[in-house]
Design a protein around this ligand. Sequence first.
Ligand code: NAP
Length: 286
Amino acid sequence: MTAEIVKGTEVAAAMKEEISLEMERLKEETGGGVPGLAIILVGDNPVSKINVNNIEKTAQELEFNPEVCRLPPETTEEELIQLIENFNHNKGIHGIVVQLPLPYHIDDKVILEAVLPEKDVEGLHSINKGRMLISFTPFLPCTPYACLKILEYINFDIEGKRGVVVGRSNNVGKPIAMQLLQKNVTVTICHSHTVNPAEVCRKADFLVVAVGRPELVKKDWVKPGGVVIDVGVNKVGEKVIGDVDFEEVSRVASYITPVPGGLGPVTTYTLMLNTLHSFKVVNDLA
Ligand code: NAP
């Protein structure tokens, strides 16, 4: 079997069309109003820089109003909180993104909590994570939302299926697992203490891998015909690769997302959908 490669750019193109149509309608209804998106980058992590540039470019293409702050690595936690506070009070800003990871001297938990939950378009504030657990959230976290969009795009009906999530971080693995549970998937989570993860994963109808270990998942982790979504982004030398051994796994899976060019572009558009949603709520149009 050779897996079909799910190109994130194709999924994103469909989402772009949907958002552009909605923008035309909303501009008429609000007399020209547009969603404002604040994007904050601290330091010079090369992957983060690329991500922020992509978010800015996408927001511009959609005719949103992106406001990007590129701050030096020595920015203090207090300075960053003050900037976030300013955006929290700015009526023209409907969403705030703080690019992770932050430099070591800044506590990302403190920073994520500083963002007003109503502008937390990444869905990373503890209030929004808690709301997600009880199926009541203004914003689906962007990465789980992107996984759902990809599964929807390939018409893979996840209801009742067995899904394994590899990775249990608070911002990625756990929210993905919770979101799949809401969608009636039978979910198993693997982590660094899981005994024989390959055997656990092989039972899955679909795998979502969010670990941050280059090419951890080999072909013997995948059930023949399974669907594989690779969330991992790892810089190895000059290359960016995922958590899945793409070449090997492509020979057993039915669908696979590549890295780069898989989940990444879709995640950027789920961020735009959330920002648009926030704009609609503020303008009483949701
Ligand atoms: P993280 O905070 O470092 O968490 C990694 C998780 O993987 C932990 O839960 C860890 O388990 C688990 N793990 C580590 N080694 C393992 C192993 N050998 N077998 C099974 N599980 C193992 O990383 P993260 O923030 O979740 O990010 C994960 C990856 O996703 C990174 O490559 C990141 O760049 C990428 N990412 C992509 C997007 C996107 O939109 N495409 C968004 C965010 C992040 P323990 O809990 O037991 O330590």
